[in-house]
Design a binder for this molecule. Sequence first.
Ligand SMILES: C[S@@+](CC[C@H](N)C(=O)[O-])C[C@H]1O[C@@H](n2cnc3c(N)ncnc32)[C@H](O)[C@@H]1O
Length: 238
Amino acid sequence: MTYPVRMRGRREQGRRFARGAGLSLIVCAFTGFVACATNNQLPRHYDDPDHMIEVFETPERDAWAKPDQVVRALMIENDSAVVADIGAGSGYFTRRIALEAPAGKVYAVDVDDKFRTYIERNRESWGTPNIEPHLAFYDDPALPEHAIDLIFMSNTYAFLRNRVPYLTKLREALAPQGRLAVINFKPDAQVPGDAAPDPSYRVPRDTALRELTEAGFVLEREETFLEHQYFLILRVGP
Ligand SMILES: C[S@@+](CC[C@H](N)C(=O)[O-])C[C@H]1O[C@@H](n2cnc3c(N)ncnc32)[C@H](O)[C@@H]1O
């Protein structure tokens, strides 16, 4: 993505955030967020991204998030695959995926510049220069069309507003045989630590699947090895 588009993105995000905050300031039940949520929607910014990087990276998370098993289940067979990690955060999954496609590219898509900078600073020491930090719009991942082999989205779905149009843009970014993998917290899961939002902000599996179907995806496979999350793997429908 080119620099001018990034800048335009930040200005647009800033204006939208200011409008949202002006509408309502309601205390949010999600640890670490700016207190700004309306209509049971997650707020758009973490108030302390540095703290959230510690939360995302806490070693205890590996026991339930099972990142290596998740990445194996993605079955990335082509080492030049092009992947996009939507809401990449600290790169917890991004760097593991990038190791599976050393001759390819992994877009670390996020709306928060702090996370983009963190990944940019660390990608060489992770041994994953093939990660491309990608600052996107709230309502548009701004990915090239029909170019992505795999789109991965962990714990980000609930942040999206106007999800069907957003998911439609993801579908348009996928190459013809491309796949979309979605991991979300189950509404009733008791997740250790601070990584999961309050259950009232979580999106149930059937709601997500209905929205994904509306956006033109079909369920290819479902992995059930995660205790606290559901894990869907989808393809573009006929
Ligand atoms: C709970 S974190 C998940 C981080 C990472 N996927 C993981 O599992 O460790 C959600 C991430 O989504 C990002 N995010 C929120 N809204 C977004 C949007 N509309 N597009 C892309 N990223 C978004 C946040 O900045 C944050 O980094």
